[in-house]
Write a protein that binds this ligand. Structure first.
Ligand SMILES: Cc1cc2nc3c(=O)[nH]c(=O)nc-3n(C[C@H](O)[C@H](O)[C@H](O)COP(=O)(O)O)c2cc1C
Length: 213
C-alpha cells in the first residue's frame, strides 16, 4: 500500500499536522510495510499556475498542443495521486476554506482530459476512487450545533476531489483550537483521535490487509 501524506499548515507544531500524523500512524498499524510519499506544502509549496500552464489549459486547441514543459509539474503531482492507495491530508481552515497552498495543488491535479472529462452534465472523474482522509484544524467552529461560521472547506474539497473521481472522503475536524484550553482542549483532541482510530481501520482498503503491504 502506498500512502500520499500531505500537510498544509504553515505552523511546524500544528494541530492539523498532529491529525494527519495520527491517521498515517493508524494506517501503518494496519499495513506496516506501506510506503509513504510525502508532500509538505508549507515547506515546499506547489507554485501557483504559471503563464504557460494557464495558457495550455485555456482551450482544447492549446491543450492538444501544450507549450513545452507546461504540464510537467501537473503530471508529476497527478501521478503521485494515481500511485497512492490512500491519501491523507492535514489542513487548517483558512478563511472558511482550504489554505492557498492546498488550492495550488488542486489547480495542478484537476486537469481536463487527464483527470476529468468535461461533459454537458459537468466534470466526470477519470481517476479510480480511493480513500481520502482529511484532518482539519479550525480556530472556530464550522460543524455541529455550535457552528457559527460557514464551511466552504469540506463541501469544496468533496466537490473538487469528487470531480476527478476521488469520492470517498472522511473528515476529522478538531475545532475551536483558538478557544479551548486545558482539559477541554485535551478532550477535543482525544475525541478527534478516537474518531480516527475507529474510522481509518474500518475504511482502510482491503488490499492493504490482503497482501500485508
Ligand atoms: C490566515 C488564517 C485564516 C484563518 N481562518 C480561519 C477561519 O476562517 N475559521 C476558523 O475557524 N479558523 C481560522 N483560522 C484559525 C486556524 O484554523 C486555527 O488556528 C487552526 O487550529 C490552525 O491549524 P494548524 O495548527 O494546523 O495550523 C485561520 C488562521 C489563519 C492563519
Amino acid at each position: 500500500m502506498n500512502i500520499l501524506h500531505i500537510d498544509c499548515s504553515p505552523r511546524p507544531e500544528s494541530h492539523s499536522r498532529q491529525l494527519s500524523a495520527a491517521i498515517v500512524k493508524k494506517l501503518l498499524e494496519v499495513a506496516p510495510r506501506a510506503s509513504i510519499s510525502r508532500r509538505d506544502f508549507a515547506a515546499a509549496p506547489v507554485p501557483h499556475a504559471s503563464p504557460d500552464y494557464a495558457t495550455t489549459l485555456s482551450s482544447p486547441a492549446t491543450l492538444a498542443a501544450p507549450l513545452k514543459g507546461a504540464l510537467d509539474r501537473s503530471e508529476v503531482l497527478i501521478r503521485e495521486v494515481e500511485s497512492a492507495d490512500v491519501i491523507v491530508i492535514g489542513t487548517p481552515m483558512h478563511n472558511l476554506t482550504v489554505p492557498s497552498v492546498l488550492k495550488a495543488w488542486i489547480d495542478q491535479i484537476l486537469r481536463v482530459g487527464r483527470t476529468f472529462r468535461s461533459t454537458p452534465a459537468g466534470k466526470v472523474g477519470m481517476l479510480s476512487d480511493r480513500p481520502v482522509f482529511v484532518g482539519i484544524a479550525s480556530g472556530g467552529v464550522f460543524a455541529g450545533e455550535k457552528a457559527n461560521q460557514p464551511d466552504f472547506l469540506r463541501p469544496y474539497l468533496s466537490v473538487v476531489l469528487g470531480s476527478i473521481g476521488l469520492k470517498t472522503l472522511q473528515f476529522f475536524p478538531l475545532q475551536a483550537t483558538a478557544f479551548l484550553a486545558g482539559d477541554q482542549a485535551r478532550l477535543a483532541r482525544e475525541k478527534a483521535l478516537a474518531a480516527i482510530d475507529l474510522t481509518v481501520v474500518a475504511e482502510v482498503p482491503r488490499r492493504a490487509t490482503a497482501d500485508g503491504a
